[in-house]
Ligand binder design. Sequence first.
Ligand code: CMP
Length: 140
Amino acid sequence: MAIERTLSIIKPDGVKNNHVGEIIARFEKAGLKPVAIRRQQLSQAEAEGFYAVHKARPFFKDLVSFMISGPVVLMALEGENAVQKNRDLMGATDPKKADKGTIRADFAQSIDANTVHGSDSLENAKNEVAYFFRETEIHG
Ligand code: CMP
């Protein structure tokens, strides 16, 4: 299986509720290594740019305001099959529908405050990692 990189964001609820360590531990135990990591307060422009694909969706405004409501933790995760593995660990977008034992089932409160973001394809992963990290900030 191919070694991939994917973007993970621990959203403001995950940071505020002190789940950063446990979430990263789950990634590491599953073979996903954080090869770049940064805690950051996103600006409105950064959040809008990151979620630009959802601009026309009714939830866009609430999503952006939630994402700038507090600091996030940005990570590039590297490992075998990283894109799908990260999505399996996260669980469904809506925490009510997330499988037992997934990050969102265990920690998330709502579809906006759903604790983590993960890239949904290898192509998006490349773009999303590059949106937040320069190559010189990534150390495998
Ligand atoms: P995320 O993986 O960060 O990608 C887009 C986010 O929009 C998603 O997680 C949710 O937090 C949020 N969102 C809010 N409402 C919806 C919805 N109806 N469908 C998909 N995503 C939604």
